[in-house]
Structures are given as structure tokens and as C-alpha cells.
Design a binder for this molecule. Structure first.
Ligand SMILES: NC(=O)CCC(=O)C(=O)O
Length: 268
């Protein structure tokens, strides 16, 4: 792909995660990413799921979390540079000065880190708030001159976060998730709503497999700015791949000028 192209090929690594086994997971995800990178049509972007390094091994998370994210920063950056592919590194458990964060690391195709976003909204149903620190700042970043935003799982229930990313220029939202089975309709509806209301691409990678009491359903999705589903995974492990046309964002925003028609002064 030329750097000016308006078409991107996206690959989402929808895999199971071994609970509390960072090295096993790193090997597995790296192998799947290598296969995706060598596919007949090479992707421009690879997206991983949430907490793919440890899963929800929260009671041991202080020991398992990557110190300052150094280990994962090094190999994700090297992978991005080696293949010339943007890497949205899902999220990892990151130990920052003794506190653990659920952090998405993003590297552009030169291997430069362009964002580190720590999950702002911690999910009480999975006891995140007992073991993790919340992030304090949302994140937009540029890939080939296109602005994108970051979200992690539960974050998609907070429309004001995605709206704020869109107002800062995001044309795409990348979502890393470990979203369990009983709420598939919430997953699909919330992702579609975020895409339609913000007239942006929503690209969401969810894990598969069972862990503790939870079972995760995959269904990684790419939804276009008109709310149409471009790609959706099944419930098993797979790499979900599809192409997107970035010009669609401006087309939809011209057709229904939601951002021009907002009247925030009247909302309170
Ligand atoms: N890992 C998560 O944040 C899960 C969020 C979730 O399942 C939800 O229903 O929200």
C-alpha cells in the first residue's frame, strides 16, 4: 500500500489467551501475526485483543505485568518496523512504578510508538477496579496521516469518550476487548452505535476461549461509518481480515453533517 492510499487492509488476531502465561501468549500471538503479515494481501494494520499477555489473571497481575511495558514495547515495535505494518497492540498488563494498568501500545509502520492508552473505565463485573489503576487520559494518534482513537472493551459503553475522540479528528476507533458471552447483543449494538453516531470506522478485536468463569465469543468486528458490518468473526480462533475505504468517513459526514449540527451549548 502506498502511504497516500485511502484503502487499508485490517487484520484482527482473534485468539484464545492462556491465563497468566505471558510467554506462551507472546509466542502464540507473534506466530499468528507473522502468518497475517505473510498473507497474499499484506495488512496495513494488525489489531490484537485486550490483555492478550496475561488474560484476567488479576490476583497475580502485579507479578505478571510487564515492567514499564518494556518487553512488549520492544518486540511490538520491532515487528511493526520489520514488516512495515501499523500495530495496535491490543492491551497488555503493564506495571508502571508498582501500579498495574491495562494499556494499549500503538506503533506505526516505522516502529515508532505513537500512543500508549491505559483503560479509563475499569469493569467492576470482572473486578478490574480491585487490581488495576485507571488511565487518566484518552488517546488519539496518527497513522499515515489519518487520525484514530483508542478504546478498551468496557470503554465503548461511554459514548462521550468516543465522541471526544471524534471531535479531535478520529476517523477510526480501534477497540481491544475481552468481552464475554452473555452480552453479545450489547457488543454488536454498542459498536454499531459508536460507528453511526460518530460516522467513523469501528474496528474491534475480541478474544475467544474460556477463562475462569468466563467464556469469550470472538465476533471481532469492522463496522463502517454508515453502520454496515464490513467483517465479523465467528466464535473460534481466526484472523479476521477486511479492507476499508477511508474516504467513506468524509462522504458520510458530508451526507448527514452531524458534527456541524451539534448544539452543545443547549445540552445542559
Ligand atoms: N473486559 C471488559 O471490559 C468487559 C466489558 C463487558 O463485558 C461489558 O459488558 O461491558
Amino acid at each position: 500500500m502506498s502511504l497516500q492510499s485511502s484503502h487499508w487492509r485490517i487484520a484482527m488476531i482473534q485468539c484464545d489467551v492462556a491465563l497468566g502465561e505471558p510467554e506462551v501468549n507472546r509466542t502464540k500471538f507473534e506466530e499468528a501475526m507473522e502468518r497475517a503479515a505473510h498473507a497474499a494481501e499484506k495488512p496495513d494494520v494488525i489489531l490484537l485483543p485486550e490483555l492478550w499477555n496475561t488474560g484476567y489473571a488479576l490476583t497475580e497481575i502485579g507479578r505478571l505485568a510487564d515492567p514499564e511495558g518494556q518487553h512488549n514495547r520492544a518486540w511490538l515495535s520491532a515487528f511493526a518496523r520489520r514488516h512495515g505494518i501499523h500495530i495496535i497492540g491490543g492491551s497488555i498488563a503493564e506495571n508502571r512504578s508498582g501500579q498495574v494498568y491495562n494499556t494499549m501500545l500503538v506503533f506505526d509502520r516505522n516502529g515508532d510508538e505513537v500512543a500508549a492508552y491505559s483503560k479509563i473505565h475499569l469493569f467492576r463485573l470482572m473486578e478490574e477496579e480491585k487490581y488495576l489503576q485507571p488511565g487518566e487520559r484518552s488517546a488519539t494518534f496518527e497513522l499515515d496521516g489519518v487520525t484514530a482513537g483508542a478504546a478498551i472493551c468496557y470503554d465503548i459503553r461511554f459514548p462521550e469518550l468516543t465522541r471526544s475522540l471524534a471531535l479531535r479528528g478520529a476517523k477510526l476507533l480501534f477497540v481491544a476487548a475481552e468481552w464475554p458471552i452473555p452480552r453479545l447483543n450489547h457488543w454488536r449494538t454498542l459498536l454499531t452505535a459508536r460507528a453511526i453516531e460518530n460516522q467513523m470506522y469501528v474496528i474491534a478485536c475480541n478474544r475467544t476461549g474460556k477463562s475462569g468463569g468466563d467464556e469469550f465469543f470472538g465476533h471481532s468486528m469492522i463496522i463502517d461509518p454508515w453502520g454496515e458490518i464490513v467483517a465479523e468473526g465467528g466464535e473460534a480462533e481466526e484472523v479476521v481480515i477486511a479492507s476499508i475505504d477511508l474516504t467513506l468517513v468524509d462522504q458520510v459526514r458530508r451526507r448527514i453533517p452531524v458534527f456541524d449540527d451539534r448544539r452543545p451549548q443547549a445540552y445542559d
